[in-house]
Design a binder for this molecule. Structure first.
Ligand code: ZN
Ligand code: FE
Length: 239
């Protein structure tokens, strides 16, 4: 499988997972249709599936146009069927979603929204975390509780350390400023920031990150308990 990063809107990332054996693909969280269409038509790819991590407009905005154009199948969380446009396949926590050569475990990660899920492509050692885990940050808690978000991050944290993290937004630089403020002596973080700046300077995405990097550097994953996590989340909201 090959992953292509498709920048959308202001700072969103949609992703294509391309099965190179037959040039078919899934798209994760198409914020808008046009950049996705441009890429797949240039490369003659058949878009078979649309996978949504959650219902926010900047993650589902392209669903209708892409479905109309390619008749792709929309996959999303069962309890969000009423708010994910064109949803056809309903998935739940712990389920293995398998279609053609694509195979991912569904991990329910409530907090940002009640119906947020992550797609863990375990064979390829990568996970699409939407707006739950960002590189050096985590999503705002809109619908869930601090405890739910803390537990959700914990689920992701328990995956193999060499798992690649593909998240929904390019927020890494801003997040790194917050992390370094709280852990100024963290050498891994200092190092990660150098790598981040190098990428941004060359106009490249800072994504994917790795779970190892996030465990070493992301202060939200490093919070020992839900109390300290909540405190950090509140501070970040006003940062
Ligand atoms: Zn969101
Ligand atoms: Fe978002």
């Amino acid at each position: 499988m090959r992953i292509e990063i498709i920048p959308c809107l202001k700072d969103n990332y949609s992703y294509l997972i391309i099965d190179e054996s037959n040039n078919t693909a899934c798209v994760i969280d198409p914020s808008e249709a046009e950049p996705v269409i441009n890429f797949i038509e240039k490369e003659n790819i058949t878009l078979k599936y649309i996978l949504n991590t959650h219902h926010h407009f900047d993650h589902i905005g392209g669903n209708i146009d892409l479905k109309n154009r390619y008749n792709s199948i929309v996959v999303g969380y069962k309890d969000d069927a009423h708010r994910i446009p064109e949803i056809e396949v309903l998935v739940e926590d712990g389920q293995i979603w398998k279609a053609d050569n694509f195979e991912a475990k569904i991990i329910h990660v409530p907090g940002h929204t009640t119906g947020h899920i992550s797609f863990h492509f375990f064979n390829d050692k990568l996970i699409f975390t939407g707006d739950t885990l960002f590189s050096l940050g985590c999503g705002k808690i809109f619908e869930g509780t601090y405890q739910e978000m803390f537990n959700s991050l914990d689920k992701i944290k328990s995956l193999p350390e060499d798992t690649k993290i593909y998240c929904g937004h390019e927020y890494t630089l801003q997040n790194s400023n917050f992390c370094i403020k709280h852990e100024p002596k963290n050498l891994n973080l200092q190092n990660k920031i150098l790598r981040i700046n190098e990428k941004l300077k060359n106009n490249l995405p800072t994504i994917p990150s790795s779970l190892k990097d996030e465990i070493e550097c992301n202060i939200f994953l490093r919070a020992k308990n839900v109390e300290s996590f909540s405190k950090l989340r509140d501070l970040k909201d006003n940062f």
